[in-house]
Design a protein around this ligand. Structure first.
Ligand code: ADP
Ligand code: GLC
Length: 500
């Protein structure tokens, strides 16, 4: 079965969040199950700079299509690239006018969305559809698996070809975050090269705008998201971001599959970014990682201080506005905070202010830094993820493996992956962290206090750590669920040759 995996991020080359980690983890797992997988990505400068080989495949088609005009793209080629350390071939859309820029995939150096994002990401969807039509005659996908709004137009173009009587590969769309929808002014619709009838409330029109997210939800054969709880939450108004009605209508085609972890990158037993390694067998050595973190983040190197760590984008989603509100109490009770993050300017400032107010107890690094993220993950005692909403969340999964107990809000994938330290759960050995409900300072503080109480009972704390560290959220398990979806869509397709 040939699977084209369409996405905008891939760790370690292009990353703004967990989407990149999924791109690095899921496709190789699908390959291990016998799928023939290739990626398709925009030809971002970072990818071109790293590619060890690049061969031209074809020009992206333009001009006329059965329903009218193709998207109004600048001349663009499709190339097949090899990336160092990544085992799968990656198709790149080579369109320097669209992708060769300073900044990140979505925003310029000024922090503003690129003004031509609709066109930039329509090119990605268009390339996927063209591959589905045989643009590379040596490799024609059976399934096109699209991720987030960036790839959202692919299912729409694919449907348009099918409406015109052409071949139709099967489409699966995975929602990693419904809050980012790729909405653009309706006036830009004409340049996208889609059938006129698609700009309709039963198509991709969303309150007068074009919505890439809605397009994918409307036109993909199957929709998945990254945890079972989030799959339910997005069918309700509170977390539906205006698309809950459509998601309810498509409920029989919607399911939640938990993300996995790449344990080659995230494992304290082998992590080369740490000063020392540890595992369940020598858990006491985690203390060295803690001391290293305290020194690096300007914290007093006290072994008995409970260190709360944060590694996060600083956006409303993550609920971190609550953290400054609980700091006085957290510090008064002898706790410390080590935070690595960047994003919202006001939140950045309030966290920096807190680090000045509580020298030696609150250490804040504003920025994005892979190595420091491992320092925090290994050195902290608790990883804080108090999100307002969380489709899956990866940092709490990393925390589990590092014996850094997650303290999370009971939403989305956090609810599905962390077992609260209630007395019952402690008693039966299932507890892995601390879970709270109310998105308020009091809600967070009550969980912080519970963590502090358990920390004063070192034997019980260590038992929870050991249990957490032994759990596995394997990409192979996730890949098996995706494969079952592909197979349900195309029962006759050649089955993988390796054992499933
Ligand atoms: P999201 O995708 O919503 O940001 P996830 O928990 O799924 O949340 O994934 C976040 C990923 O980004 C993790 O791999 C995390 O380690 C990483 N990350 C977030 N912020 C930073 C940062 N400031 N520096 C380094 N890595 C970060
Ligand atoms: C998104 C979500 C996060 C999820 C990640 C990978 O960025 O915010 O919860 O873990 O995608 O699926």
């Amino acid at each position: 079965m040939k699977v084209l995996y369409v996405c905008a991020e891939l760790f370690p080359f292009v990353k703004t969040g967990g989407l990149a980690d999924v791109g690095a983890g899921l496709p190789p797992a699908l390959k291990a199950l016998g799928c023939d997988v290739r990626l398709l990505m925009p030809g971002f400068a970072e990818l071109l700079a790293e590619a060890t080989s690049l061969s031209n495949v074809a020009q992206l088609p333009g001009g006329r299509v059965p329903w009218g005009a193709a998207p109004a793209l600048p001349a663009a080629d499709l190339a097949l690239a090899t990336l160092p350390g990544f085992e799968l071939p990656v198709y790149l859309v080579l369109a320097p006018d669209l992708y060769q820029r300073r900044g990140n995939p979505y925003v310029g150096p000024d922090g503003q969305d690129w003004s031509d994002n609709a066109l930039r990401f329509s090119a990605l969807g268009w390339a996927a559809a063209a591959l589905g039509q045989g643009l590379d005659p040596h490799w024609v996908p059976d399934v096109i698996h699209c991720h987030d709004w960036h790839a959202g137009l692919a299912p729409a173009y694919i449907r348009a070809f099918a409406d015109a009587g052409r071949d139709k590969p099967l489409t699966v769309f995975t929602i990693h975050n419904l809050a980012y929808q790729g909405n653009f002014p309706g006036a830009e619709f004409v340049q996208l090269g889609l059938p006129e009838s698609y700009f309709d409330m039963n198509g991709l029109e969303f309150f007068g705008q074009i919505s890439f997210m809605k397009a994918a939800i409307q036109y993909a054969d199957r929709i998945t998201t990254v945890s079972p709880t989030y799959a339910r939450e997005i069918t309700m108004p509170q977390q539906g971001h205006g698309l809950d009605g459509l998601l309810r209508a498509r409920a029989t085609s919607l399911s939640g599959i938990l993300n996995g972890v790449d344990y080659q990158v995230w494992s304290p037993a082998t992590d080369a970014l740490l000063p020392n390694r540890y595992d369940t067998g020598n858990l006491a050595d985690k203390a060295l990682a803690k001391r290293d973190l305290q020194i690096r983040f300007g914290l007093a190197p006290r072994a008995q201080a409970l260190v709360f760590g944060v590694v996060s984008r600083l956006t409303e989603q993550k609920g971190l506005h609550l953290v400054p509100q609980v700091l006085t109490e957290l510090v008064r009770r002898g706790g410390q905070l080590a935070l690595l993050g960047q994003g919202d300017g006001a939140l950045e400032q309030s966290l920096v202010d807190a680090s000045i107010q509580y020298p030696g107890q609150v250490g804040v690094r504003i920025g994005y830094d892979e190595a420091s993220s491992h320092t925090v993950m290994a050195g902290a005692d608790v990883i804080l993820v108090p999100s307002a909403f969380e489709p899956c969340g990866l940092t709490q999964l990393y925390g589990l493996r590092y014996g850094t107990l997650p303290l999370v809000r009971r939403v989305g994938g956090l609810a599905d992956t962390v077992v609260d330290c209630t007395l019952e759960n402690l008693d039966d050995g299932s507890a892995t962290g601390f879970v709270f409900d109310d998105l308020t300072a009091d809600g967070l503080l009550s969980a912080v206090r519970r963590a502090m109480v358990l920390f004063r009972r070192p034997d019980e704390w260590a038992a929870v750590q050991r249990h957490a560290m032994g759990l596995r959220f394997d990409w192979l398990a996730a890949a098996q669920h995706y494969l079952a979806i592909y197979q349900s869509l195309r029962p006759g397709a050649q089955l993988p040759t390796r054992a499933v």
